[in-house]
Design a protein around this ligand. Sequence first.
Ligand code: PXP
Length: 244
Amino acid sequence: MAALGVNIDHVATVRQARRTIEPDPVWAAAEAELGGATCITFHLRKDRRHIQDRDAELLKKTVQCKLNMEMSLDEEIVGIALRLRPDQATLVPENRQEITTEGGLDVIAHADRMADVAKRLGDAGIVVSAFIDPAAAQVAASAEAGCCAIELHTGAYANACLAGSSMPDQRKQADELAELRQGLESGQAAGLVVHAGHGLTYTNVGPVAVMKSFAEFNIGHSIIARAVFVGLRDAVAQMKRLIE
Ligand code: PXP
């Protein structure tokens, strides 16, 4: 059964809007686990716009399921990951202007740096994953760089809407699903564990979940948005039922 990784950055975003102590993403992680999360995901960004160093340290001490740290290839952040030793590190691109992670990491362009970082993280016992677009060349480069896993970027599928509308463009969605299926197959053929994430919601997760072979889904915004109304424990349980 696929793991459900709940991304708790959005809780920290609300806290940082007031630079106060609440809501605490560490509490959110505990609530998410009580709702059935099997992985807690956080992104310690270079600009510390949401998760803070204190959060990362407390998450490491308190999370009882798998802890997945999203991180860039920046040396300061790599040093923190090596000290913290999360169970898994998902290498992502980072751009200070973006609202959220926009595209997949270009593993081909950063091949040398990727191989160096993947080796150091791997030597520290951390499972290394790369967040990539579902392109065969990026999948191959991730395996070549020494990653054990990849997370396929589901944003193009999730955002496939009719022009000027929020209604799904079913033809475009079908094309993007076919790309994801191909990425999944090439990842497995290369011996990689394949995850998926970004932009997944209660309404669009179904067609990705039925592909069955994804080992992990990382979902944040939609779960935290629903939690505002139903509570985090329920929101996680509802998503877990959908991916099962
Ligand atoms: N996976 C990765 C690598 C991400 O960067 C993010 C966003 O932080 C997610 C999954 C979760 O995306 P969303 O918040 O759209 O569910």
